[in-house]
Write a protein that binds this ligand. Structure first.
Ligand code: MG
Length: 284
């Protein structure tokens, strides 16, 4: 199933997306009509997954709602750097022998179709299309062969990066943490719909130009190994988000130097079996 957060007639709620309609949680007994933290509660996640038949409930056309960031307050937003072979190659660096981790603040999150406002003093704005794993179960020292038990679902994230700040600082926090530098969505696809997260096409367009044309099979550390290695360091909790790195084709490594995001540009990221997010960027 696909779970979205949306606004309808001024009211924010969660719902199941079915084709081009949405079944709001508030129509279904036992589900949270409005909760900031439903994804932080394992029991709540189980009740959500226990709903099998959506046919009895009223629906709203997706055209009449605004989809917003599907996870309002994730406990953590963990990101991997240099996790695709093709991206390591274009960056001219050696492949990492272990995962490279950094984190984004939740104030960076933005909706799947939101206009992102960027301060004018950012000079080198770039996109990174990424597959996100949403955690559904608390775990520490998760064994690789058990990792999928801890996954709730998957979604898409643009790991927006101010390359000038990222490279100048020598580490990545500031360059990747501006407000709006983590557009996410359009919904969470539960894991039962994606048999192998390491076999999905992932594509990014800058305006009409296809810039990233990869597959998640190109990841250096695959999803189970990522969960294993992160959970050796920190406890993973329901609602945590892990963004798994980007394939080749980011703007900064294009030789023409003209593929960074400019004022008014649109970035669209599409992942097979999930959908797409598309954000316009405005410099203010
Ligand atoms: Mg990234």
């Amino acid at each position: 199933m696909k779970i979205a957060r949306f606004v309808y007639r001024g009211r924010e709620s969660l719902g199941f997306v079915v084709d081009d309609e949405i079944v709001p949680f508030y129509e279904i007994e036992g589900l949270p009509a409005y909760l900031s933290y439903p994804f932080a509660d394992e029991d709540m996640l189980e009740s959500i997954l226990s709903i099998k038949d959506l046919s009895p409930y009223p629906r709203i056309s997706l055209k009449n709602v605004d989809l917003i960031n599907p996870i309002k307050y994730p406990g953590k937003i963990i990101c991997l750097g240099l996790n695709y072979w093709s991206h390591v190659e274009e960056s001219g660096r050696d492949p990492p022998s272990d995962i490279i981790l950094f984190m984004k603040p939740r104030t960076a999150l933005a909706g799947p179709y939101e206009v992102i406002k960027v301060p004018k003093y950012v000079r080198k704005l770039d996109y990174e299309g990424e597959l996100v794993v949403v955690i559904g179960k608390r775990g520490r020292d998760i064994p690789e062969n058990d990792a999928y038990k801890y996954v709730f679902g998957y979604t898409i994230l643009n790991d927006v990066s101010a390359r000038d700040f990222q490279f100048r600082d020598g580490q990545w926090t500031r360059g990747k943490s501006f407000d709006g530098f983590a557009p996410i969505g359009p919904w969470i696809v539960t894991k039962d719909e994606i048999s192998d997260p390491n076999d999905l096409y992932i594509r990014t367009w800058l305006n009409n130009e296809l810039r990233q044309d990869g597959n998640t099979s190109d990841m250096i550390f695959k999803v189970p190994e990522i969960l294993h290695r992160i959970s050796k360091v920190m406890t993973l909790e329901p609602g945590d988000i892990i963004s798994t790195g980007t394939p080749s084709g980011v703007g900064i490594f294009d030789k023409s130097r003209e593929k960074l995001i400019k004022n008014g540009d649109q970035v669209r990221i599409e992942i097979e079996k999930i959908g797409y997010i598309q954000n316009k960027f405005i410099f203010i």
